[in-house]
Design a protein around this ligand. Structure first.
Ligand code: ZN
Length: 291
């Protein structure tokens, strides 16, 4: 009787010991998994076309830059995460590929695009179907060009931007058709941690448009960084808090600039201005990537 009891106690002790061992191992595996996930996050910067700004004065509230012109890059990005791929922005209109430079009717911009997104993705043996998410900093024409190719992906969009671009007025405009195909919509109200681990976070920064947003990444080697969307268009805009004449709200833009700078400082994040040729050239040349 006593012997049986002892054996039973020993068995219980052994099995509970086994359980706690299992738990420890499980935690170790999880930590390793998070580490591995972070290690395999990659940022690719792609060329979505070139913009010549013929009237730089539209990027200020006053008469600054009158008579000046400037070349803009039109970058877009692939973020590869073990839990899926995100396309951030979508370049200029695909219809420009193979055509001479096009000047917008108001004369403000002359735009070109060298290659289609499908050709560009082929370098990584990918197609738009390989993307879980698409998110656009905002719905201006130079950020939505290839978006319609990603109809199978979930569109991560601020509700205020969605309501703006799907309004009756905007539906009649040039920017709507590029996003009209995006039917899997996840509407956001503020910041959104895309994969739930803090490595890829959409930050709500309204003002340029009603639901403008920027992207924060925390990479293993490159560290924390921010992609600006059109919060700033060039370095001088950032240095002197310049607000373009066509922004939705000056007040909201300035508030977003404050929030952005505070967040960048707090996280020690490198800032990449998406329309800056210099900043584009600081990133590895596609198909090389940052990780
Ligand atoms: Zn814009």
């Amino acid at each position: 009787m006593k012997k049986t009891l002892l054996i039973a106690i020993a068995l219980i002790a052994f099995s509970s010991c086994k359980d706690s061992k299992k738990e420890v191992n499980h935690n170790d595996v999880e930590t390793e998994q998070v580490k591995n996930e972070k290690a395999s996050i990659k940022l690719y910067a792609l060329d979505g076309g070139d913009i010549k700004v013929n009237k730089l004065e539209i990027f200020s509230q006053g008469d600054m830059y009158i008579g000046e012109t400037k070349e803009f890059e039109d970058a877009f990005y692939i973020i590869e995460h073990p839990k899926g791929r995100l396309l951030w922005d979508a370049g200029l209109a695909e219809g420009l590929v193979g055509h001479p430079p096009f000047t917008t009717p108001n004369g403000a911009f002359t735009v070109t695009r060298k290659d289609s997104v499908v050709n560009q993705l082929a370098k990584l043996k990918l197609t738009p179907k390989d993307f879980k998410y698409i998110s656009i900093s905002h719905t201006h024409f130079d950020h939505t060009g290839s978006a319609y190719k990603f109809a199978d992906a979930t569109w991560l969009v601020q509700e205020s931007e969605y309501d703006f671009i799907t309004s009756e007025k905007q539906k009649k405009g040039d920017n709507y058709p590029q996003i009209a195909m995006l039917k899997n919509v996840k509407k956001l109200n503020g910041d959104f941690d895309v994969f739930g681990d803090g490595t890829v976070v959409i930050k709500s920064m309204p003002g340029h448009t009603p639901g403008h947003q920027v992207l924060f990444l925390n990479l293993k080697d490159a560290g924390p960084l921010l992609l600006t969307g059109d919060l700033y268009h060039f370095q001088e805009n950032r240095d002197n808090r310049g607000v373009p004449s066509f922004n939705h709200s000056v007040e909201e833009t300035l508030k977003s600039m404050d929030a952005f700078e505070a967040f960048a400082k707090e996280n020690n994040a490198k800032v990449y201005i998406q329309h800056s040729i210099d900043d584009f050239n600081k990133l590895p040349k596609y198909p090389k990537y940052l990780q």
